[in-house]
Design a binder for this molecule. Structure first.
Ligand code: NAD
Ligand code: UDP
Ligand code: UDP
Length: 331
């Protein structure tokens, strides 16, 4: 599936790239906002690996320098500590916009990156989310579904922020002719995931490693569909390089209840792991599963790594980080 971009004959759409990379393709200069985060840092590795120049913009709100430290000293890599809520002037070919400060500043960051894309003629990709579907009344979710979001709920700041970001993206496309792409990302896991942001995969894996019970919220029968990060990164690049605006669902259709997920974590990490029930959060979506037929047809993309194969790939990274944390505490 991995494309060999070094021999691609696709014309470069931006104005900046001038350094040759192999036959028929010039090196591009690419911004990744949020590039020190979980998904962003894996994307940066892929873009640098294929020979492009990458500028990461990150304020380290949830991201970590450790995620990109292996690139320090690489002449094709640049890191700018900057909050995307503030305007920034750069000359680039493509913008992957992953930085996602808590809404409503999410909207300001997206607006600035769209303004930048408009000024320099760069192609802009928004990482939106399956949360735009809210607590969906359609299952699985297709891109044509408009969603079921409670505008005044506890989660709505994130959901509505991303919905507004999608709106702005399409307005800049229609009004200013900016080349845009929209990805709706479903629950993604893998190495470098935040240890403590409360997401279910990171919670269960960290709990199982620490020999603590896995906290199942509610009755544990709600479902999610879990995608391994390298599949997502392949999908983001295919979307950016392709000819279709989207939105596209990028996710793995393999659907699990939280109890089933706990079982997979137990089988993978510790057969003696236990679970503990906790109250669920308000407005928690009952089920979520992407319909990925549009991405398959138009981007020739589909996820390759099922949960039982992907989960073991994040365990070593989690073990090491948890160990370092404990040593840091003098434990
Ligand atoms: P993450 O928190 O690991 O990465 C986000 C990065 O953005 C961090 O490095 C953070 O420091 C940076 N950032 C935040 N606010 C910023 C600001 N104001 N200016 C500059 N940088 C800022 O999250 P992630 O899981 O890698 O998510 C990346 C993107 O994918 C986000 O837009 C997120 O909404 C979207 N997404 C992720 C998932 C998932 O399951 N991981 C699901 C749906 C959508
Ligand atoms: N912007 C930016 N970098 C640029 C161009 C614009 O950060 O290279 C910001 C700009 O400061 C503004 C936003 O993007 O806040 C939207 O820009 P646009 O030109 O679309 O809007 P305008 O400035 O005309 O309101
Ligand atoms: N969840 C859980 N235990 C946890 C954390 C989350 O059972 O320790 C549940 C949560 O209630 C939700 C699901 O797992 O039903 C997915 O939560 P997450 O925050 O990972 O993703 P999102 O809700 O944004 O899809």
């Amino acid at each position: 599936h991995t494309q060999d971009f070094s021999v691609s004959t696709r014309p470069v759409h931006g104005k900046v790239g001038r350094v040759p990379v192999g036959i028929g393709r010039r090196r591009m200069r690419i911004v990744v906002t949020g590039g020190a985060g979980f998904v962003g840092s894996h994307l940066v590795d892929k873009l640098i690996g294929r020979g492009d120049e990458v500028i990461v913009i990150d304020n380290f709100f949830t991201g970590r320098k450790e995620n990109v430290v292996h690139l320090f000293g690489n002449p094709t890599f640049e890191l700018i500590r900057h909050d995307v809520v503030e305007p920034i002037l750069l000359e680039v070919d493509q913008i992957y916009h992953l930085a996602c400060p808590a809404s409503p500043t999410n909207v300001m960051g997206t607006l600035n990156m769209l303004g930048l894309a408009k000024r320099v003629g760069a192609r802009f990709l928004l990482t939106s989310t399956s949360e735009v579907y809210g607590d969906p009344l359609q299952h699985p979710q297709k891109e044509t579904y408009w969603g079921n979001v409670n505008p005044i709920g506890e989660r709505s700041c994130y959901d509505e922020g991303k919905r507004t970001a999608e709106t702005l993206t399409m307005d800049y496309h229609r009004g200013a002719g900016v080349e845009v792409r929209i990805a709706r990302i479903f629950n993604t896991y893998g190495p470098r995931m935040c240890l403590d942001d409360g997401r279910v995969v990171s919670n269960f894996v960290a709990q199982a490693i620490r020999k603590q019970p896995m906290t199942v919220y509610g009755d544990g029968k709600q479902t999610r569909s879990f995608q391994y990060v390298s599949d997502l990164v392949d999908g983001l690049v295919a979307l950016m390089e392709g000819e279709h605006i989207g939105p596209f669902n990028l996710g793995n259709p393999g659907e699990f209840t939280m109890l089933e997920l706990a079982k997979v974590v137990k089988d993978t990490i510790d057969p003696s792991a236990t679970i503990e029930y906790k109250p669920n959060t308000a407005d928690d979506p009952h089920m979520r599963k992407p319909d990925t037929s549009k991405a398959k047809e138009l981007l020739n993309w589909e996820p390759k790594i099922p949960l039982r194969e992907g989960l073991p790939l994040m365990v070593n990274d989690f073990r090491n980080r948890i160990l370092n944390e404990d040593e840091g505490k003098g434990a």
